[in-house]
Design a protein around this ligand. Sequence first.
Ligand SMILES: [Zn+2]
Length: 337
Amino acid sequence: MGAPLRRFRQRLFWGAGLALLSLLMLLSCASPESPAGAGGGAASVGEEHRDTPEAELLLWLDPARPAPGDCTVLTAGPCPPQGSIRLETEAGLVLSPPHRCGDYVYFIIGIGLEVPPGTQELRLFLEGFAGRREITGELQVAPCDFETSRFSVPVKWTDEEAARRLPEEQERVRRARQGAAPAPLWQQPFIMPLESRISSAYGAVRIINEGAPRRHTGLDIAAARGSPVVAMNAGVVRLAAPLLAQGNTVIIDHGMNLSSSYLHLDSIAVAEGVHVSRGALIGRVGESGFASGPHLHWEVNLGETPLNPLQLISDDPLRWLPGPAVNPARIEALPHL
Ligand SMILES: [Zn+2]
């Protein structure tokens, strides 16, 4: 079968196929195996190169046309029961570890804010069949406009103490977002941590004190001081501490290198290392750190790459990932920072 025809057929069967696959996975994969191999790059359905007459490899991407800041889920298979799985992508895309469940493998692919609209090439390598098999595909990045704002902040936010403490705290945050659980720790859709007015959009271009433009890596939700903030999904608290710029901060590891962060809290209601369920109270709205009024800065990261938190709610792209039953032994085994 030629590549264009294969691509057409795969796209035709995308919706129904993925829904059926997801259902089968949910029915048959309550306790998925540990992920195998290492991650690498991006995805869509594509051309397969193989040297054995085994079953045709299929690969899906959903959503098919993410915007910068979005994530998409790549599903591929059938995969060999043993052997490595490697995905290679172009610069600007970030990958979760591979999550294997039954005959299929799943990757979350994050699209960095700086990725230009257009085509990104993906290459998936599977070892463990009679020979190595490879699927190539394309990810289409949609154009997206982000607002620009210009404002000033107090000079103390840029003073010597800030210059000394910020790199140290940024390193602490980076380590907290590394993620210690390779498989998903969640089983339900993601929810808003706080229902109130959005006061600053994700990805907005900000020119502060006439400096170089910077991107807003999260979403700001304005609310009265003391309003409850809840976990957007289940996970393990990897950081719960007062920081200079971020203020009282909670970072939750949801597995697969996906984390959520809650900044400028008035108070913190959880401790590092504990498992929280979706909707659990984790703190209360405040204006600690570098904040100009009570609000929640809410951030979602894949590794260190900030993603659009609202996409996880509005599009629910992670619904295709077969969620494992939470394994308490695995959570206990997570290393402390
Ligand atoms: Zn913010």
